[in-house]
Design a protein around this ligand. Structure first.
Ligand code: SIN
Length: 366
């Protein structure tokens, strides 16, 4: 259920047959209270957040008095010098609050928007449009993606399309909003819209969503070295017997204001003793960590920009999801991060991340 976008009507009756996971998702989802035409005018139902664990507060009170809330303990790992917290009831789950500095967060936000969606990496747009190069730049320059299927050689020339070359790109960015001639209209879509609708990109071994497995025959690049380094360093608390984590694939999820990620398992990797290293960037979110059955009551916690979560061993069998991200100034909690993007040339990143969340989850596949 990656990248689902779902806004639910608060007036819908409570369904007692739903699982504990679904009921908890419903508690935290972004609800609309009426059904007006424009999203902007909608009033949002107030959500009770008192049951959501805030690991930044857990860390602060641990620093002050050395205590943790019931059911949570500080994990001691000699070869790792950051605070890590675990749940007694969910072995294999590790929370590293504030694992990345502001500079590191800025770097990974840029990479997620500029480099990670570049072919041969695939995105949710690849199926419809083929490989798209330079999406972020095109969006900043108000370009449009235009289909090159023309009978007009003038249009072909503008789009750089070569009919005689089977490898010539089907879609290219153009300055033109819509190109039409008498008998043909060309499919076109604004790059800014494609950027807003970017839901995932895949790095390293490419994941095939339709078959739910790794498509090893698809062209791919290795995971960038600097991302490998971060993942190896952060995976240490969850690695069995001091082994080194081997990053082979990553999925980057992009969340817009009303997007959620339904409860699921990440179970296509061979060795579940190895962790998934999951990095949060941008707006604050609620993360639900369920149990091995959807009937187990999930634990709700906040994920902030710079937090890292590891899921290994038994925790790999636990349902989990993200029912909500916060984009309002009261809860988004990203003022410090936004202030990092104050230069003129960085405003485009600031605008994007002000109302978005990015999650990079890195996996050892074999
Ligand atoms: C995932 O479960 O695959 C992503 C979780 C997140 O967005 O934090």
């Amino acid at each position: 259920m990656y990248g689902t976008s779902e806004i639910v009507d608060a007036a819908a009756p409570v369904d007692a047959e739903r699982t504990a996971f679904r009921r908890t998702e419903k508690l935290y989802k972004l609800y609309k209270t009426q059904a007006p035409k424009s999203w902007k005018n909608q009033a949002h139902r107030k959500t009770d957040l008192s049951g959501v664990i805030d690991f930044h507060s857990v860390l602060e009170s641990f620093k002050q008095c050395g205590a943790t809330p019931a059911g949570i303990f500080k994990y001691e790992c000699r070869s790792f010098n950051r605070p890590v917290f675990c749940f007694e009831e969910r072995p294999g789950f590790y929370f590293i609050p504030g694992a990345l500095t502001d500079d590191e967060q800025v770097h990974w936000i840029r990479e997620s928007l500029i480099s990670f969606p570049q072919p041969p990496n695939r995105t949710n747009h690849t199926e419809a449009y083929g490989p798209i190069f330079g999406l972020f730049d095109a969006a900043q320059n108000n370009k449009v993606l235009v289909e090159a299927k023309s009978t007009s050689s003038e249009v072909d020339r503008i789009l750089g399309y070569d009919k005689t070359n089977l490898n010539s790109k089907r879609f290219s960015f153009s300055e033109y909003c819509m190109i039409t001639n008498n008998d043909e209209s060309y499919k076109s879509v604004a790059a800014s819209l494609l950027l807003r609708k970017l839901r995932w990109s895949t790095l390293g071994l490419q994941f095939d969503w339709s078959k739910r497995n790794y498509a090893v025959s698809l062209p791919h690049k290795r995971i960038p070295d600097d991302l490998c380094l971060v993942a190896k360093k952060m995976a240490v608390p969850a690695m069995p017997n001091g082994e080194e984590f081997q990053p082979e694939a990553a999925i980057v999820n992009y969340f817009g204001p009303s997007d959620m990620l339904g409860g699921h398992l990440d179970d296509m990797e061979k060795d579940w003793s190895k962790p998934i290293v999951s990095i949060s960037l941008g707006c604050k979110a609620i993360f639900l960590l369920g149990g091995k059955s959807r009937e187990d009551m999930p634990i709700a916690m906040f994920l902030r920009s710079g937090d890292i979560v590891l899921m290994a061993g038994e925790a790999r069998e636990c349902f989990h999801g993200v029912p909500r991200i916060f984009t309002d100034s009261e809860h988004a909690d990203n003022v410090d991060l936004l202030s990092q993007f104050s230069n003129e040339e960085d405003l485009c990143f600031r605008e994007y991340i002000k109302t978005s969340r990015i999650n990079i989850n890195i996996r050892q596949v074999n």
